[in-house]
Write a protein that binds this ligand. Structure first.
Ligand code: NAD
Length: 549
């Protein structure tokens, strides 16, 4: 096994301190669980851990040798240099794929990527926070459960979910659907992705053709038995066929990499080897064909919606691509954030995560136990932790995700830091979160679509968040913008803090985690969301309400 793609275990330091060591282990981890580590690709088709291998190797060498009073600067996956700072400053700051407004276009991104001037960090790839498919699983599960409550009397038993894409993030869908009690059919064009999700326990069964798949779906539905079934095929074609047969699923979505017409989506009629060749030799034709297929794909989704399915966009820009291809009603499909998660984000409740840096799964189990005792009245968290510990396999360094909010994240992290200090865990724990979080993302077709005050495309919030994190002693702070098909569509901020048991770590966790969610509450309060105004009032977030009495 290539040592660059394996995780390090135990308590031995290779760096001068746990802050650097923790970040190094997270970098190793994103490659260990990534989709195409040989090319540094972690997920979402092109989301990379570093610009190239020399950049990667220099980052590793620097983390191993730098002092705590220095800060490593990374520009689009390339380490630029070290600056002298102080022990309360971040160990690493990163700016990945930020292009000036009028230039932020997919064509420029591809050109500059070829000239080795830029690379895309995805959300959590380029700042080493990715934890495998588990990273989005609770979000996907909560969406399914909100749909269950809203449309199916609170229960998905005997219900059929149709989706596609079993990549880094999409791979969470079969397990999330299974955990929600549904029968979920996942269409995927790459047999290796189906095999990977079956091997790591996220997908249970596979079908060889649509007839067999639908028979398995019917069988499981009739028995009210949860099931996850992978089907090899092109989603645009399969969705059309399902619609043509008059089989109407209860819920339909999609998580192919539709955001990227060159490196992500596979058009109808093309094999994977052909697509890989066209990416190099004829990207223009590939773009045209991908868009034409997405048009068919979304028309089929709209047809299923018209026939009664609950259809939603799962954050892959598929509606935007279809609308540019002429599907004027593509946005009749709602986005998952606005439809299901905004009331949570308005209280800064979002996908918080922690990772056991010594690679001991028991550390995560002990934190699970603590959570169940510390938050007995938080139904979302207790339900999730009980389910996750039973169903969600660890990939790479053991990790857990749980949707926690303002104050809760800080309380958990401080308790865990104490557990590290008292020797109750095998080693330090890193705390981080998805970029898709209350104060951390401007993404007008995904996270911030239809904001109450019309502030969908205002990117000040993630920039303020990153600056606030630098001022709050976080260990790693990143500003990311979209690359490939996401170019010009988004800006987000990432943050990581290592709980090594020290008093200094407690101060960092207290400041960074509290201020991160404070900003999240302020962002939604500023937009006029009543949940955020209530949260600010109840929890003492010092948000200014200008222009009122
Ligand atoms: P990925 O590139 O790892 O996987 C995409 C998968 O889609 C691949 O396995 C690919 O083979 C498959 N695919 C492509 N075209 C297909 C087609 N026509 N038919 C069937 N399968 C096809 O990407 P990922 O990390 O899984 O992310 C998927 C999408 O979800 C991306 O657009 C990403 O940006 C988005 N995303 C959304 C969220 C969220 O919070 N909802 C989070 C992360 C990523």
């Amino acid at each position: 096994m290539d040592p660059r793609f394996t995780v390090t275990s135990g308590g031995n330091l290779r760096c001068k301190g746990w802050r650097q060591e923790g970040i190094l282990r997270l970098l190793e981890n994103v490659l260990a669980v990534g989709e195409d580590p040989a090319n540094l690709v972690v997920y979402a088709a092109l989301g990379k851990a570093a610009r190239d291998w020399p950049s990667h190797d220099k980052i590793v060498e620097t983390l191993r040798t730098m002092d705590e009073t220095e800060t490593l600067i990374v520009q689009s996956g390339k380490p630029i240099g070290l600056i002298k700072t102080h022990e309360k400053a971040p160990i690493v700051i990163l700016a990945n794929c930020n292009m000036v407004g009028q230039w932020a276009k997919a064509e420029n991104f591809y050109k500059w990527q070829q000239q080795n001037l830029i690379c895309w960090g995805g959300l959590t790839a380029g700042d080493w926070q990715y934890i495998g498919s588990q990273g989005v699983i609770q979000g996907t599960y909560e969406i399914f459960m909100r749909i269950a409550e809203r449309h199916f009397g609170g229960d998905l038993a005997g219900r059929f979910i149709l989706t596609a894409g079993l990549g880094g993030m999409g791979g969470a869908q079969p397990l999330a659907g299974f955990m929600a009690g549904a029968v979920i059919l996942c269409v995927e064009i790459d047999p290796e992705r189906i095999a990977k999700r079956m091997a790591n326990g996220f997908l249970r069964e596979r079908a060889d053709n649509l007839d067999a798949a639908l028979a398995m779906v019917r069988d499981a539905m009739a028995q009210y038995r949860p099931a996850s079934i992978g089907l090899l095929g092109n989603a645009a074609e399969v969705y059309e066929q399902i619609l043509a047969r008059g089989v109407i699923p209860d819920v339909v979505t999609d998580q192919t990499s539709a955001h990227d017409l060159v490196y992500g989506y596979v058009p109808v009629g093309r094999s994977l080897p052909e697509v890989r060749r066209m990416r190099v030799e004829d990207p223009a034709t590939l773009m045209t064909e991908s868009r034409a297929s997405i048009v068919r794909h979304v028309r089929a989704m709209l047809g299923l919606k018209a026939a009664g399915a609950v259809v939603f966009d799962n954050g892959n820009l598929i509606r935007t691509q279809a609308r540019e291809g002429g599907v004027e009603d593509a946005f009749d499909i709602p986005i998952f954030t606005e439809a299901f998660l905004r009331p949570l984000f308005a209280r800064a409740i979002g996908p918080f995560r922690w990772i056991a840096l010594a690679n001991d799964p028991d550390d995560i189990r002990k934190i699970d136990d603590h959570l169940l005792v510390a938050f007995p009245d938080n139904r979302i968290v207790t339900n999730w932790v009980k389910l996750a510990r039973e169903h969600v396999p660890f990939e790479g360094l053991p990790a857990r995700i749980a949707w926690l909010g303002h104050g809760e994240r800080t309380a958990l992290a401080l308790a865990v830091n104490r557990m590290v200090r008292e020797g109750k865990l095998s080693g330090p724990i890193a705390f981080t979160r998805d970029h898709l979080d209350a104060g951390a993302m401007a993404h007008p077709n995904i996270m911030t679509e239809n904001m109450r005050d019309g502030s969908d495309a205002i990117a000040d919030w993630p920039l303020l968040d990153a600056m606030a994190m630098c001022a709050s002693q976080a260990d790693l702070v990143a500003i990311h913008s979209g690359g490939g098909g996401y170019a010009g569509y988004m800006t987000s901020a990432g943050v990581t803090i290592v709980a090594d048991g020290s008093i200094e770590a407690a101060e960092r966790l207290q400041l960074a985690l509290t201020n991160d969610t404070s900003l999240g509450v302020m962002r939604y309060a500023d937009a006029g969301y009543p949940e955020a105004l209530d949260e600010a009032e109840r929890k003492g977030v010092r948000h200014f309400r200008l222009g009122e009495g």
